[in-house]
Design a protein around this ligand. Structure first.
Ligand code: AMP
Length: 399
């Protein structure tokens, strides 16, 4: 029996999952958060116990966080002696143009991830701290980095190049990289498996609609176009991020409202999207408020859906044909309202939704299009941790 430990680290928290790979079952999962604050918190859930164990205690750094995680396994199970991880898989947000596949972590890879912090200052430093602490906690097993950008390394130059000064772009690595790659890859493969079709034959659009949101066009299992760019800010309307906006608006806000570069960064990344439009960053609140008659919430929903439709149309044009559209992540898996509004009127693209199938609630992959719809529309729950575990084990076994 082999188990894989998957670590998803941020700057002040990390999530973990221990997955038994023969059955692909999660044996335990948890969250260590508020690292470095006066009081931190740990949460641990073991598959065989109904209870979720939580503790509040100071967690000075990631290394202390891993000691707390090990203690939680010891105390609440499962025993790591009975299920020793054969490899530890780490999610790393930005792999730049350098990392295009799961990568065995070496001191050089750590330096490269550090170097890429320049492109992802909010994400890569936390991942690196998690890697270094996890190596101390598990010194005898391989550690593998799985990059959010890697799946998009197949984007053609026409899709990843910004139309700015070419020398400047090259010197400062300004191009589109794309994110959520692990999820897009997992869902594209899961959709093909669900439909019992080879992924190589399918033209797909994957809509990852969570707190962050992105679209990906997948041809024959490879990403050929995606909506996030150099950073995870471009593209769709998100919980707190604006997505696409005319850069000219930023020059205007700088000149007229006196906003500096950090103010604009915060505005677009943390104070925009659904939150900026309505005061609510959570789609559930926005849908509830719209249904209760709030014109502001209705407008936010309209803007969200308008953008989504434009991307579906554009990506259908880029692909040239379309077999499958899949919805995934928090909003995509749960909001029949967003799914209905996003696909309404797209019969011209061969998309016909079945209202009853769309409204049904389930945690399983399912079809929500009509039987005569030329394009099959699916809801496919994503599982980034399982994808990281699979890729990490596959690399470790090949070595
Ligand atoms: P994720 O980033 O994939 O965890 O997705 C989180 C987001 O999913 C939350 O911020 C919610 O806006 C959204 N979400 C979860 N459940 C629902 C639901 N039933 N209806 C609408 N949105 C939902």
């Amino acid at each position: 029996m082999s188990a894989v430990l998957v670590i998803n680290s941020g700057s002040s928290s990390f999530k973990y999952q221990l997955i038994e790979m023969a059955s692909e079952q999660t044996l335990a999962s948890g969250l260590i958060e508020r690292i470095g604050e006066t009081t931190g918190a740990s949460t641990h859930k073991c598959r065989d116990a109904a209870e979720t164990f939580t503790r509040d205690l100071p967690i000075p750094d990631h290394t202390a966080g891993f000691a707390i995680m090990l203690a939680a396994f010891e105390e609440h199970g499962p025993s790591l002696a009975a299920h020793p991880p054969v490899v530890v898989g780490h999610r790393v947000v930005h792999g730049g143009a350098r990392f295009y596949e799961p990568t065995l972590i070496t001191p050089q890879v750590e330096r490269d991830i550090d170097d890429l912090s320049e492109l992802a200052p909010l994400h890569n430093p936390g991942a690196l701290q998690g890697i270094i602490a996890a190596e101390k906690a598990f010194p005898d097993v391989p550690h593998v980095a799985v990059f959010d950008t890697a799946f998009h390394q197949t984007l053609p130059p026409a899709a990843f190049t910004y139309a700015i000064n070419a020398d400047l772009a090259e010197r400062y690595r300004v191009r589109r990289y794309g994110f959520h790659g692990t999820s897009h890859q997992y869902v594209a493969n899961a959709a093909a498996r669900f439909l019992e079709r080879p992924v190589g034959e399918l033209d797909q659009i994957v809509l990852h609609l969570g707190n962050g949101a992105s679209v990906c066009a997948v041809r024959g299992g490879e990403s050929v176009e995606t909506s996030m760019g150099m950073t995870p800010l471009e593209g769709l309307v998100m919980g707190t991020r604006s997505g696409d906006i005319d850069p000219g608006a930023l020059f205007h806000l700088h000149r007229k409202a006196g906003l500096g570069i950090d103010d604009l960064d915060t505005l677009l990344n943390r104070g925009s999207g659904l939150l900026g439009l309505t005061g609510h960053g959570d789609m559930r609140d926005v849908v509830d408020a719209a249904q209760a008659g709030s014109a502001q919430a209705q407008l936010a929903l309209d803007v969200y859906v308008h953008r989504l439709k434009a991307y579906i149309g554009a990506y259908t044009a880029q692909l040239g044909r379309l077999d499958v559209v899949s919805f995934t992540a928090g909003v995509g898996e749960n909001s029949d309202v967003v799914r209905r509004l996003a696909l309404e009127g797209l019969e011209v693209l061969g998309i016909r939704i079945d209202a009853e199938r769309n409204a049904a609630r389930s945690r399983q992959a399912r079809v929500i299009s009509t039987d005569d719809s030329p394009v099959t529309v699916l809801v496919v729950p994503t599982d980034e941790e399982l994808e990281i575990a699979r890729q990490s084990l596959s690399l470790a076994s090949a070595d």
